[in-house]
Design a protein around this ligand. Structure first.
Ligand SMILES: [Zn+2]
Length: 396
C-alpha cells in the first residue's frame, strides 16, 4: 500500500523539501501528483490546505486521501526529483490560529466546563462552537484571560506518537476513535489533544489570542477569535476606525461612544424643532393665502404651486388652510415626483376626494382621500397649473 510520509507531522517549521514522484494521474485541473514525502498540509480538521510551489508549478490544492496526500498542479511534471516550497506566511498564520484554538478550547473547558464541538479556520475569521448557549461575557473574558496567560508563559508544544490502545487511557480533551499510531499535541500541563494539524512549537508563537465576536444559537455559542498576526491587524483596523471617529467628533478615543449618543439625541431634538417650526410657518402662510384669496358666497379658494423642495410644507399648508372658515385649498408641488394636496374646512360643501378623482382622470397620476382632504402624485409637472385650474372650475 503506497503511503506518503508527512514531513509536517514531525517538523511544522519545514518550509522547503525535496521528494520523488511516486506516480501521477490526470485531473480536471491538470495533474494529481503523489510523492514519497511531503511538507504540504492537506485540508483537514478545520485547517485549510497549504499554498506553495511544487516542481515549478503553483500548488492548486492538497488533498488528504488517508494513506496518501494528493497534490494538484496544472502540469504533469517529469518523473525526477522535485522541490516543494510552502507559502510560509499563510502556513504560519494557520499555525498561530490552530495552536491558539487548542489553547482557547482548553481554557473554556478549564474555566467553565464548556466543550468545543467544532472548529473552523477561514481566511478572515476563525471560530469555535461551544456546547452551550449560556456562556456569559464574564466567562468569555475569563477564558480569554487564561488563554493569554498560557501564551505569556511560553509553554512548549510537543508532538508525539502513541499506539491507539495506549491513547485510550490518556486524558485527552476530546476522545479519538482512530486506529494505529495516534499523533498527540501536548501543551505543557494545559492541553492534550489528538490532532494531525500544524502548530507552533511554543505557546509564545501564537501571540495574542483575541475574541472578536460571540453569537448564541441552537444550544451553541460560536466564538470568533484571532491570534497573533490576525489579532494585531484587527487591532490596527480598530484603532484606525476609532481614530477617524474621534477626529470627526474632535474628541479623544474614549469619549466617542458618549458623543455619538449625545449627537443622536441632539439630532432627534433638532428634528422635532424643525417639524414644529415648519408647522408654524405653514400656519402663517396658510393665513396669508386665505386672506388674499377672493371670497365668493362665503368661500375662499386658495390655489398655488410650491417648489419641489417644499413638499412637506405644502401638505402642512393645505391642512392649515382647511382650519380657516369657508376655505378650500388646491395646492400643487413641482419636482419628481409631483404632488397635489386638496383640502377644505371640515364639513364644507365640496367633496375634495371627488374633485381629485376627476382631476386625475383628466391629467393622470394616482391618489385619493376623504371628503375634506385628498392627495395625489405622479402627474406631469407641466400639467400641474392646468390641473389646479381644472379642479377650481369644477367647484360650484
Ligand atoms: Zn491541532
Amino acid at each position: 500500500m503506497p503511503h506518503t510520509e508527512r514531513l509536517y507531522y514531525t517538523d511544522c517549521y519545514l518550509k522547503e523539501f525535496n521528494a520523488r514522484i511516486i506516480r501521477s494521474s490526470p485531473d480536471p485541473r491538470g495533474a494529481r501528483v503523489y510523492l514519497d514525502r511531503t511538507a504540504f498540509y492537506p485540508e483537514s480538521g478545520g485547517q485549510p490546505s497549504d499554498h506553495g510551489m511544487l516542481a515549478g508549478n503553483p500548488l492548486l490544492d492538497v488533498i488528504d486521501e488517508g494513506d496518501e496526500v494528493a497534490h494538484i498542479i496544472a502540469e504533469d511534471p517529469p518523473f525526477k526529483p522535485v522541490h516543494g516550497s510552502i507559502d510560509w506566511a499563510r502556513r504560519f498564520d494557520h499555525m498561530q490560529q490552530h495552536t491558539g484554538q487548542h489553547i482557547l478550547s482548553a481554557a473554556f473547558e478549564r474555566s467553565g466546563g464548556y466543550k468545543t464541538v467544532s472548529f473552523h479556520l477561514g481566511t478572515e475569521g476563525a471560530t469555535i462552537d461551544l456546547d452551550s448557549d449560556r456562556v456569559g461575557a464574564r466567562q468569555m473574558d475569563g477564558a480569554e484571560e487564561l488563554a493569554n496567560q498560557v501564551v505569556f508563559e511560553n509553554r512548549p508544544v510537543q508532538i508525539s506518537f502513541r499506539p491507539a490502545g495506549e491513547v485510550q487511557h490518556l486524558d485527552l480533551r476530546k476522545p479519538t476513535f482512530r486506529a494505529g499510531d495516534i499523533r498527540l499535541v501536548e501543551i505543557e500541563e494545559f492541553d492534550l489533544s489528538a490532532c494531525g494539524g500544524t502548530h507552533v512549537n511554543r505557546t509564545g508563537g501564537v501571540g495574542i489570542i483575541s475574541i472578536r465576536k460571540v453569537e448564541r444559537a441552537k444550544g451553541l455559542t460560536r466564538v470568533e477569535f484571532g491570534c497573533g498576526g490576525r489579532a494585531q491587524r484587527r487591532a490596527r483596523q480598530d484603532f484606525a476606525v476609532l481614530t477617524e471617529a474621534a477626529r470627526l467628533f474632535s474628541t479623544g478615543l474614549e469619549n466617542v461612544p458618549e458623543l455619538i449618543a449625545k449627537q443622536a439625541q441632539d439630532l432627534r431634538d433638532a428634528g422635532k424643532d424643525v417639524q414644529k417650526l415648519m408647522a408654524d410657518l405653514a400656519e402663517m402662510e396658510a393665513s396669508q393665502l386665505w386672506q388674499q384669496a377672493p371670497e365668493k358666497d362665503g368661500v375662499r379658494v386658495v390655489q398655488c404651486l410650491f417648489a419641489a423642495a417644499e413638499g412637506k410644507k405644502a401638505k402642512l399648508t393645505a391642512h392649515a388652510v382647511g382650519k380657516h372658515a369657508g376655505a378650500i385649498a388646491l395646492i400643487g408641488v413641482k419636482g419628481t415626483p409631483t404632488a397635489l394636496f386638496f383640502s377644505q374646512t371640515p364639513g364644507g360643501k365640496a367633496n375634495v376626494a371627488d374633485l381629485m378623482k376627476q382631476t386625475l382622470a383628466k391629467f393622470g397620476g394616482k391618489g385619493g382621500g376623504s371628503r375634506d382632504f385628498a392627495q395625489a402624485g405622479g402627474m406631469p409637472e407641466d400639467q400641474l397649473e392646468a390641473a389646479l385650474s381644472f379642479a377650481k372650475s369644477l367647484l360650484p
